[in-house]
Design a binder for this molecule. Structure first.
Ligand code: NAD
Length: 262
């Protein structure tokens, strides 16, 4: 998949990607680094995070890794401070870290609900707040891209708790966009459909199907007839982070092969 961005499109920019040790976050961190950005990656797993950091560095990327949990407000503040210590500033936050949990409400425990809200909603909020404070202190704007989902826009079976968290991200995005427009901080959200990552298999864990069978099934309901790749999201995030999106804020961008157009 080729990119429309110049190789140095993000030279001199510092991009922070949460949940970058796999899936969409990994793909997006690699894409930003390949286009000249300084990239701070966050993850919880030292081995997986270290592997992503090393892969980016081996390609000549300027990268650092921070291990920690975005559900921890103090860590989120530290993560932004570490980014500024390492690279001098923060220009872009891709607020990507998240988990998914399947099942109807009557099968969802308090602990599961609290865990999901803690990471997907509180984690996104803490990161966005820390980034806004830093960007306002810098005084020359910035871009925040929050991770919602097609599940933040339309209803699916067995996903009420997860969808509630992704719906919350929709309004966090819109309200932040209004509040910080005059600070030059643009806030948008991406709403992916089915993307080929480890998370995609989770929803089918209660059925006896292979990863290949899951992807074949998904293709049937996606209008474009294919499952998305992390790079499909990375390119949209890069657009929203770039000056090409200088008049774009408060937007929800579905990247879903047409699913939510139905
Ligand atoms: P993934 O499981 O591969 O990646 C999730 C990443 O978030 C992992 O690196 C994980 O370690 C990290 N993470 C989870 N909890 C964390 C925490 N508390 N602190 C720090 N990092 C944490 O799955 P993915 O598909 O790449 O998911 C990335 C984001 O995209 C999630 O927010 C997910 O809800 C969203 N999303 C995914 C899809 C899809 O089809 N895969 C669709 C829509 C939205």
């Amino acid at each position: 998949m080729s990119s429309v961005f110049a190789n140095d499109a993000f030279a001199g920019k510092t991009v922070l990607v949460t949940g970058a040790s796999s899936g969409i976050g990994e793909g997006t961190a690699k894409a930003f680094a390949a286009h000249g950005a300084n990239v701070m990656i966050n993850g919880r797993d030292a081995a997986r995070g270290g592997a992503v950091r090393d892969a980016i560095a081996d390609e000549g990327g300027n990268v650092a890794l921070s291990l920690g949990d975005v559900a921890d407000s103090a860590y989120c503040n530290r993560l932004v401070a570490e980014t500024v210590d390492r690279f001098g500033r923060l220009d872009v936050l891709f607020n990507n870290a998240g988990i998914c949990l399947h099942g109807p409400v009557d099968e969802t425990s308090d602990d599961d609900w609290d865990h999901l809200i803690g990471i997907n909603v509180s984690g996104s909020f803490y990161m966005a707040r820390a980034a806004v404070r830093q960007m306002k202190a810098q005084g020359d704007g910035g871009a925040i891209i929050n991770m919602s989902s097609e599940c933040g826009l339309i209803a699916y079976e067995r996903l009420p708790a997860y969808s509630a968290t992704k719906g919350a991200i929709v309004m966090l995005t819109k309200c932040m966009a209004i509040d910080h427009a005059r600070d030059g901080i643009r806030v948008n959200a991406v709403c992916p459909g089915d993307i080929d990552t480890p998370m995609t298999d989770l929803g089918w864990a209660h059925l006896d199907v292979t990863s290949e069978e899951i992807r074949e099934k998904l293709k049937e309901h996606i209008p474009l007839g294919k499952v998305g790749q992390p790079l499909d999201i990375a390119h949209a995030v890069m657009y929203l982070a770039s000056d090409a999106a200088g008049f774009v804020t408060g937007t929800l961008l579905p990247i879903d092969g047409g699913t939510t157009a139905r």
